[in-house]
Design a binder for this molecule. Structure first.
Ligand code: ZN
Ligand code: ZN
Length: 276
C-alpha cells in the first residue's frame, strides 16, 4: 500500500519481491500496526505539523511483525524463518555526538521506517538487520505489533519519569502540569502536538519540568521487549486486511478504533487474526 501524495490515500500496487542488500533482511510481513504517526505521514494539513514528504512515494508502517524470508550478505543476527519486529528507528549515522553517547534517537541523520524507508504496509519489507528486534514468544503477531511503537514509546516515557511513585496518564489538554508534584515531570510523548497554551509560571515553579520524548533507541527496544511479557503487558487490537489500510487510517483519524488497528497480510488473515 503506497503513498504517492499526502492527502490522496494509499494505492494498492504490485511490485517485485525486493532483494536484501548487504546487511539487510527481507521480511515476510504478517502484521503491521496503524500508528497515529502514519496519519502525519499520509495526511495533508489535516492537523498542524504534518511530517513533510521526503520521497516521491513511500510504503508507511513502522510496527512491523514478520518472519525473515531471506538474508543479505553479512547478516549474522538472524536466521531465515525467525520472527522479528521492525520499529520507527530504521537507521542512524553511528558517528555523531548523539549516536556515540547512547542517544541515537536524536541523531540528525536518522532514517525512519515508513517515512524515509519503505515500511510494513506490505507483504514484504527490507530492513537493516542492526535495527531489527527479536520478539518475545508470548505474543501473537497481531498482539506484538503495537509493542513496537506505542509500547516502546510508553516505556521510554516511563523511564523519563524517573523514580516517580505516582503517574498520571493524560490524553489531551493542560490538566497535567497543575496536577504534578513539586520536582515532578510532564513527559509529552506525541511526535506532534498542537501548540502548548500559555500557563501561569506558578504551576511550573517548584522545579517541575515539561519535556518531550523523541523516537527510540535500540536499547529501549531490547529492554522493553524483554520486560513486556514479564510485566504482563497485554495489547488490545483490531485486526483487518492490509488492503483496508485506507479504511483503518480513516477510522483512526475519526476516533473509531478501540485499541490498536493492526493490518494483516494474505494467508495470515484466516489463521492469525486475534482479537484481545
Ligand atoms: Zn508509531
Ligand atoms: Zn548520528
Amino acid at each position: 500500500m503506497v503513498l504517492h501524495r499526502p492527502g490522496e490515500g494509499l494505492v494498492c500496487e504490485e511490485r517485485p519481491r525486493p532483494e536484501p542488500g548487504p546487511g539487510q533482511v527481507l521480511i515476510r510481513v504478517h502484521a503491521c500496526e496503524v500508528c497515529r504517526t502514519d496519519l502525519h505521514v499520509t495526511d495533508l494539513h489535516v492537523v498542524d505539523g504534518d511530517l513533510p514528504p521526503v520521497r516521491d512515494s513511500i510504503v508507511p508502517g513502522h510496527e512491523t511483525v514478520g518472519v525473515v524470508a531471506a538474508l543479505g550478505e553479512g547478516v549474522e543476527r538472524f536466521a531465515e524463518g525467525e520472527r522479528v519486529g521492525v520499529p520507527w528507528l530504521g537507521w542512524t549515522c553511528r558517528e555523531c555526538d548523539y549516536c556515540r553517547s547512547g542517544r541515537e534517537n536524536l541523531c540528525g541523520a536518522a532514517r525512519f521506517t515508513g517515512y524515509h524507508i519503505d515500511g510494513g504496509y506490505a507483504e514484504y519489507a527490507l530492513a537493516d538487520q542492526r535495527y531489527v528486534f527479536h520478539l518475545p514468544d508470548e505474543y501473537s503477531d497481531v498482539e506484538a505489533a503495537p509493542l513496537l511503537c506505542a509500547g516502546l514509546i510508553g516505556h521510554r516515557s516511563l523511564r523519563m519519569a524517573g523514580d516517580a511513585r505516582r503517574l498520571g496518564i493524560y490524553g489531551f489538554g493542560t490538566a497535567a502540569l497543575r496536577a504534578t508534584a513539586r520536582g515532578g515531570k510532564v513527559v509529552c510523548a506525541g511526535i506532534h502536538m498542537s501548540d502548548i497554551p500559555s500557563f501561569p509560571y506558578e504551576i511550573l515553579w517548584g522545579e517541575r519540568t515539561v519535556c518531550s520524548v523523541a523516537n527510540l533507541t535500540r536499547r529501549d527496544g531490547e529492554e522493553f521487549l524483554a520486560l513486556a511479557p514479564k510485566a504482563g503487558i497485554r495489547t488490545h487490537t483490531q485486526a483487518r486486511p492490509l488492503a483496508q489500510a485506507n479504511e483503518a487510517l480513516a477510522d483512526l483519524r475519526e476516533g473509531r478504533v478501540e485499541g490498536a488497528a493492526v493490518l494483516v497480510t494474505g494467508d495470515c488473515l484466516s489463521s492469525r487474526i486475534h482479537q484481545t
